[in-house]
Design a protein around this ligand. Structure first.
Ligand code: ATP
Length: 327
């Protein structure tokens, strides 16, 4: 067994709440096992440029509650080239780094898998994205916080919607995955939820809104994921409904990047702490190309390639609950 003396950690791709808590966990687990820990700034771009910093247990004081990432994140086109990856590898070797923890989404994992194949360099992934679209974990870091942020915002919108008998279309993040829309929609009591995985159809949407109006509801909330399948963006959807239901005063609210920010929820902090410990311990065991994740409240590992390609499926039971709740 190769002894692990020095590990590196970085955050890559879109940031998500809980990334700092995961960095803290990786750094403190390294300190616990007397392993040196290097932080790489700006993801793969920092790896190419050798933008490294030494991290001790004290470097990560007071960050568990902070959103964003102290190591910064970036997208790197240069890492998509073999010359870029060669430079990155040279920098890791120069620093005697034995393994890498990548906190990010599927794109970051793809980069890690390619890097591992080319250089046989040990890589472990921690799923950090608010979209929850990674196979092999029930929750990704930041998803729970983003859900709570979205629900809180929709609650506030409901206050004003009900005061003015308005119909609100609220767009939440999720280009390819409707997890935030579906769960925040159910949590905030939305009348309809439009997600990328399911084409509700515009007729059904109108039908449902007419039914809800007839049943005595004077205001409504429709939650729309960015990647909804109707082929219309949230403003076009609102216009379509306004044209067909002139009795409604329709408004649109796009929640946008506020869903990525903010202090991580307790759930995300605990998850980050658990996944960070496991990521380091897996590297100590000389394992590579794995993602650490959560299943049935147990920390498990999944092949990194499978985590990227395994796909995600929406919870049909929750769809049914949402239908029944809009009665
Ligand atoms: P999010 O889910 O928030 O978008 P992500 O990790 O999927 O996060 P990406 O921008 O897709 O974010 O990927 C992050 C970085 O990973 C890219 O900027 C690039 O440097 C690297 N990467 C992605 N795909 C590849 C690839 N095919 N080859 C090499 N590197 C890649």
């Amino acid at each position: 067994m190769k002894k692990i003396n020095k590990l590196a950690v970085m955050t890559s791709g879109g940031d998500s709440p809980g990334m700092n808590a995961a960095i803290r966990s990786v750094v403190r687990t390294c300190a616990y096992y007397k392993i040196e820990c290097i932080g790489i700034y700006r993801g793969y771009q920092g790896m190419i440029e050798g933008d490294f910093t030494s991290l001790t247990a004290r470097s990560v004081n007071n960050i568990i509650n902070k959103g964003g990432t102290i190591l910064k994140s970036a997208r790197s086109d240069e890492f998509r080239t073999s010359e870029g990856r060669k430079k990155a590898h040279k920098n890791l070797i120069k620093q005697n780094i034995d393994g890498l923890v990548v906190i990010g989404g599927d794109g970051s994992f793809t980069g890690g898998v390619i890097f591992n194949k080319e250089y046989n360099f040990p890589v472990i992934g921690i799923p950090g994205t608010i979209d929850n679209d990674i196979f092999g974990t029930s929750h990704t870091l930041g998803y729970d916080t983003a859900l709570n942020t979205a629900v809180e915002a929709i609650d506030k919108i409901r206050d004003t919607a009900s005061s003015h008998n308005r119909l609100f279309f609220v767009e939440v993040m999720g280009r390819d995955a409707g997890f935030i829309a579906l769960n925040a929609g159910v949590g905030a009591g939305a009348e309809e939820i439009l997600i990328p995985e399911e084409n509700l159809g515009l007729d059904r949407l109108l039908e449902s809104l007419i039914k809800s109006r007839k049943s005595g509801k004077s205001s409504s909330i429709v939650v729309v994921a960015e990647g909804d399948k109707s082929g219309r963006n949230v403003f076009e959807l609102a216009k379509y409904v306004e044209d067909n239901m002139p009795e409604y005063d329709v408004r649109v609210s796009v929640l946008g990047h506020m869903q990525r920010g903010g202090s991580p929820s307790c759930f995300d902090r605990v998850l980050a702490s658990r996944l960070g410990v496991k990521a380091v311990e897996v590297l100590i065991d000389n394992k590579t190309n794995l993602m650490v994740g959560l299943k049935d409240n147990k920390v498990i590992t999944t092949d990194l390639e499978e985590a990227i390609t395994g796909g995600h499926s929406i919870n049909n039971e929750l769809l049914r609950v949402s239908d029944i709740m809009s009665t």
